[in-house]
Every structure is written in structure tokens, then in C-alpha cells.
Design a binder for this molecule. Sequence first.
Ligand SMILES: [Zn+2]
Ligand SMILES: [Zn+2]
Ligand SMILES: [Zn+2]
Ligand SMILES: [Zn+2]
Length: 426
Amino acid sequence: MICPKRLAELININLGGLKQKEPAWEIGVSKIAGRGVFATRNIKCGEVIFKDDPLLIGPTLRNETPLNTCSVCYSLMDPKKFLCKNGCGLPLCENCSRRKQHKAECTLFKTWEPLEPQTPNILVIRLITVARAMLFNANQKALLYAMQANIDTTFRNEVKNASACFKNFPTDKKIVEYLHRTVAILNTNSYEVNSSKQSDFPLRALYPLAGILNHECVPNTTYTFDEKNYTIILKAAKDIKEGQEITISYTKLLWSNLMRQLFLKMTKQFSCKCQRCSDPTEGGALLSALYCKSDDCQGLVVPETTTTLQPQWVCLECKKKYQHGVMSKTQDFALGAINAKLNGNSVKAIIDFINEKCPTFVPECNHIVVEAKYNVISRMMKCKEDFKFQDYEAKKRYCEELLGILDKLKVGVNAMRTYLEQEKLR
Ligand SMILES: [Zn+2]
Ligand SMILES: [Zn+2]
Ligand SMILES: [Zn+2]
Ligand SMILES: [Zn+2]
């Protein structure tokens, strides 16, 4: 492992103009996992702790993302003609064809000789994020290698599959291993950022300093992105004491204990042991809760422990116990029913479903219902449906309910709270 002093040096080089005179943080050894970031003095709620620029950023590209998005500035282009005229196989707008960044990337891809440079290929375009690491200088390479890389069974596929689309892809073991490791580092540490030019174009970005932050299910910070250059801005969501570890959440805040554990295990190979995770009721928010199956009981059933992914469940009312398989079937049914409704239906239809149908099969505190409500709130302002007074009343009520959950979870003043408070008044 790289020594903390050298790591701090490299991070400062990457920070450039964002480097602080007297930072309120330092890198140290964490009780949560490996390295962590710690407060060097008391930090007040709302204070900006640091800003960090991406070391590496590029398209995520899933099957549904439009390929006609410039690989440099991410603006949407004519869907018929959008690939670089010089035959590198990358989407490129007129403006960016003159930029130094593309010239270097164009030369790199052309030496690899794409087999069909005039046919848009998702594997080739997706590879640009990883290939950008080939153009790094020595300091950038050292910083990249200082980042953690979890090795799973799939990380070699990205480069392997893309390499088949080139005639002259590098075969040198060192280069191929460097590319594989870059994928593993991206999979382990990257943040998802939306392109400011096109709100539904997802980018993956590596932040050397923010990437060191460890996870807590109720973190003491919150972050936003500067839309212009994708700088991440980390703020304190609570008062943080000198010496305390500074944390973020790798999962969605409203997910239940089990859902978060499953996600962390699968993507980060990490089991969280934070305070929220060791409380089956999550401060009374009851995000896991399902109805008791006893005829004469109105109680709620929650996982008894949180240390296993297949816990026994218990009714808080009649104390009856249930096997995990039984409750997970009920949970999967609710998830399927609600997701089916969320896709392709009007917001009004979703509101009716949440208010009338959902309570018949899943408690309203369950995280699937809670997330569906959040979905309604964020979709309502963007769509052009004709809403009635009662729809706005429902939205306001959802905002209040979700704010109540944030209170129970004791999340402090985070971006979600600020957003819900604004939406409640609109
Ligand atoms: Zn462009
Ligand atoms: Zn090109
Ligand atoms: Zn946790
Ligand atoms: Zn019961």
C-alpha cells in the first residue's frame, strides 16, 4: 500500500487550484475499512469540507443510453452522423474535433484499428473511459494505482469484449493488466454523475480524495456536483468532531437494511456494521417491514438480525417468527407489482395505485413504497400531466412522510432533505 504522505502529495497535485490552505481533513487508518478521511478540527453542519476534481471521467453507457452523444463534451448530436470523420470509432461533435483531448484519444484508437469505425459500437465507445488512463502521466498513474480495486469475476470482460472490436489491440501483458486494473478501480470507486449537457447521460467518475471516504448508512456528509466541470462538493450534514471519521453513503439512503447489505456485499464486498444496520427497526423508520401473516394480527414483521443476508423475521406485535424465504417472496411480489406500475404509467395512475392498492399488500413504511413516493415527487415537476388539487396534496403529504423518515434516520441536513423541503412548498 502507498504511504499516506505520498498519497496526500499525489492528491494535492490532482486538486490543483482546489487545494485548501488549511484543510479540515486528513487521511488516516480507519476502523471501518483500510484508509479513511478524518476531521482535523470541529466541522460545522453545512460547511464545505472539500472539493475534488475527477482524475478519470467518461461514459458509463448502458443499453438504453443514446450512442449519439459526443465522447468529449457529452452533447447530443444528429442520430445519423455522429462518429469521428477520422475513423477512430468515437462519437464526436464539430467543436470537439479541434480539441487536444480528442486528438490524443483519436490517435490512440486509430493505432488499435477499430474493425468497423463507421458503425457505432457500444463496446468501443464505452472503452474510452478506461482507455483515457493510457494517456495519464506518471503522477496520475501512481494516483490511479493507489486507489482500491476489488477483484471479482467480471472485471476482465469489459476490456476483453471490447478488444475483439479492434484489429490491432495491445497484447502486451503489462498494458492489458493496466487496463483490467483500471476497470476494477472504476467498478470499486466510481461515482455516477449525470452529464450537464444531457440529463439522462450517465458518466462514471473517479475522485481520488472522495474515493477514500468510507461508507456509513447514515453518513455525516452530503455531496453535490458542479455541473460545469464535474467537481464533487462535499458538505457536512451534521456537526463533525475533531478526529471523527468523515463518511458518505455508497447506497441509496431510503433502502432497507437488507437491501443495503446485499448491495454492499455484491458491489463492494463489504458488510456494514454501522449503528443503523444493527437496529432492525432503523430508528423506527421500519423500512423493511411487511404485514404479519397471522389472521388475527395487524402487526409488522421485520428481520430479526442484520448480520446475515437470510435472517429470521419476527412480528413486532404477536412475536411470531418467519423463515426468510417466506418473507422475501412477499417482498419480491411487492417489488414486482410496484415496479410494473412505475414503468410506463402516468404519475396520476401511480399516485392512485400507491394510495389505494399498495396498502392492501405492503405497509406504507416499506422502502419500496417509500421509494415509489420519492419517484412521484421527482417526476411530478418534470412531466406535463394535468394535475388536480388532490394530486398536489398527495405530493405534499409524501414530502412530509419522507422528511419524517429522514428525521427517524437522523440524517442531518443533506441534499435529499433540502430537496424535499423545497418540493413540499411548491
Ligand atoms: Zn463535443
Ligand atoms: Zn477521432
Ligand atoms: Zn450500515
Ligand atoms: Zn403478528
